[in-house]
Design a protein around this ligand. Structure first.
Ligand SMILES: Nc1nc2c(ncn2[C@@H]2O[C@H](COP(=O)(O)OP(=O)(O)OP(=O)(O)O)[C@@H](O)[C@H]2O)c(=O)[nH]1
Length: 329
């Protein structure tokens, strides 16, 4: 029986998973293949989903991390998407705080029920964030990044435009030490020949000419034997969501990020600025801000989602309220 290949996109918050997803979707659509997407966000709004073509079937799993609180739903989403959409390929983008081991286990278990096959776990690493994190004290964030790297078949060392030439060796040595088997590709905006990914999966297949059932059993054994217990490496991550009633001042909004606790390392949302009818998608990832105009109408209310480690929600709330109070005058 033909199985549907499944690709897992892993990687810490803001590393570039959605950027890779959009590149992959463009490739598959161009090849006249039907891709389907399962997206998971820890907040209660799926902002990344807005970057996906309306024609691509998508299951959203919100308000929890795919690897734990809504792990059962992953299986349901997979079954449902396979049965209703009959896609040629499935791409699962997990939250940046997911432990892919749990995810792999979920997919492998589902592959015993329905004809899917986990082909490739791709971990996107933000080069500047990983560099800083690995030079600092080994906190939970580094450990989570390391777990994501260890699980990968392919590592995309992304955002290399934001690091200096002298740092490449250090990062590559760390990656090599953590996962000597994975192939590493250095990218800017996850720009790589998607064909490379496809070739990698066919190479894996030819290297393992075991019967399908055997492969499934092996994968499951591997997952269960290595990871019998659940890893809660991300209980320290917090989310704060703020809905805006009014348009806000562009400049003041950008200044806000200078006032936020440094533990807030990721934020995204949809905004309307004063003096403009347009709405914008903003992305703040590890000190870099990007604001792009939305060209299609979105039903989502103006909103900002802040993600970080044990940050003071009240401080964030106060800073935003001050911004809107000032604008309301
Ligand atoms: N400078 C730079 N920015 C990048 C690169 N790749 C992605 N970005 C930007 O980084 C931000 C986060 O990218 P995403 O693709 O949304 O990251 P993600 O991993 O999906 O983020 P989460 O879903 O929050 O985990 C966006 O503003 C991207 O445009 C890169 O190579 N260089």
């Amino acid at each position: 029986m033909e199985t549907i290949p499944v690709f897992v996109l892993s990687g810490f918050l803001g590393s570039g998973k959605t950027t890779l997803l959009t590149n992959m979707l463009a490739y598959f659509l161009q090849q006249n293949k039907k891709p389907a997407v399962i997206m998971n966000e820890i907040g209660d709004v799926n902002l990344d989903g807005m970057l996906v073509d309306d024609d691509v079937p998508m299951a959203e799993m919100l308000n929890g991390c795919i690897c734990c609180t809504i792990r059962e739903d992953l299986s349901k989403s997979l079954l449902s998407i396979v049965r209703t959409e009959k896609p040629d390929v499935i791409i699962i983008e997990s939250t940046g705080i997911a432990n892919p081991l749990e995810l792999i286990e979920g997919i492998t278990n589902t592959s015993l029920i329905v004809g899917i096959d986990l082909r490739l776990v791709i971990t996107v690493v933000s080069a500047p964030h990983f560099l800083d994190a690995s030079r600092g004290t080994k906190g939970k964030t580094v450990r989570l990044m390391e777990e994501q790297i260890r699980c990968a078949d392919l590592i995309l060392l992304n955002k290399i435009d934001l690091i200096e030439q002298k740092d490449f060796n250090e990062i590559n040595n760390c990656l090599q030490e953590l996962n000597p088997k994975a192939r590493v590709e250095e990218t800017i905006r996850c720009n790589l020949e998607i064909n490379t990914l496809i070739q990698m999966t066919s190479k894996t297949n030819t290297q393992t000419p075991a019967p399908e059932e055997e492969i499934k059993k092996n994968k499951q054994f591997h997952v269960l034997s290595n990871h019998g217990k659940h890893h809660h490496t991300h209980n320290h991550v917090m989310v704060y969501t703020h809905y805006f009633d009014h348009p806000i001042d562009h400049e003041k909004f950008e200044k806000l990020f200078g006032q936020l606790p440094k533990e807030v390392y990721r934020a995204k949302g949809i905004l309307q600025f004063t003096k403009s009818e347009d709405r914008f998608l903003f992305q703040y990832a590890y000190r870099e801000m990007e604001i792009v105009k939305l060209d299609k109408q979105q039903e989502v209310q103006n909103v900002a989602v802040f993600i970080g480690e044990h940050f003071d929600k009240e401080q964030v709330d106060k800073a935003i309220r001050e911004l809107t109070i000032l604008e309301g005058r």
